[in-house]
Design a binder for this molecule. Structure first.
Ligand SMILES: Cc1cc2nc3c(=O)[nH]c(=O)nc-3n(C[C@H](O)[C@H](O)[C@H](O)COP(=O)(O)O)c2cc1C
Length: 178
């Protein structure tokens, strides 16, 4: 017999507060391993960067990518209608990930991209013009049309179970299989 998921098989627990449920929801989401990226852009008065793991490829033609940004962040309102870069991090860039997640470290090295500012030395980048923004509850889903992109060789930084980890570079890419 197929096992039911935890929530289907168990009746609601009386008195369970929303906080442990949120914690459990986060824990469940954390079992999905992702890469780590930083969204960078020029706002009205300052340059922004925010670490995300919500990056998703959306479309090949036109080339579209998506990031989900919490409404509570400083970047949220400013990103609307602005070009941005998604910087995909290499394994050695954990400090950079933390820098743009509220734990400032050494000043990052910037590159003036053609569409939006980006970070030096990242594993890959996608410079985007704004395509659409969708309501995503307490987040907004920002979709960008990729105007410029590139990548380098190297291991990838990954995030799973609330920890950073490394995904070794494979010997051969599999782009031709996709
Ligand atoms: C690995 C990792 C992934 C994250 N992913 C996201 C994300 O996808 N969307 C988001 O809004 N915040 C995400 N965050 C949290 C933001 O980076 C963090 O809230 C940021 O510091 C907010 O900036 P602010 O304090 O200047 O508003 C992530 C943080 C980490 C460490």
């Amino acid at each position: 017999m197929m096992s039911k998921s935890r929530n289907q098989s168990e009746p609601p627990v009386a008195g369970r507060t929303p906080a442990p449920r949120n914690h459990h929801f986060r824990g469940s989401l954390g079992r999905f391993a992702t890469g780590v990226a930083i969204v960078t852009f020029d706002g009205a008065t300052k340059r922004h960067g925010i670490t995300v793991n919500s990056f998703t490829s959306v479309s090949m033609e036109p080339p579209l990518v998506l990031v989900s940004i919490a409404r509570s962040t400083k970047a949220h309102d400013e990103l609307a209608g602005r070009p941005f870069t998604v910087n995909i991090l290499g394994a050695e860039q954990r400090e950079l990930a933390m820098h743009f997640a509220g734990r400032p470290g050494p000043d990052p090295v910037w590159v003036e991209g053609r569409t939006a500012p980006r970070l030096s030395g990242v594993l890959a980048y996608f410079e985007c013009t704004p395509w659409a923004a969708y309501d995503g509850g307490d987040h907004t889903l920002y979709v960008g049309e990729v105007a410029d992109f590139d990548y380098r060789n190297g291991d990838a930084l990954a995030f799973a179970n609330s920890s950073f980890t490394t995904i070794p570079e494979s010997q051969l890419g599999m782009e031709e299989l996709l």
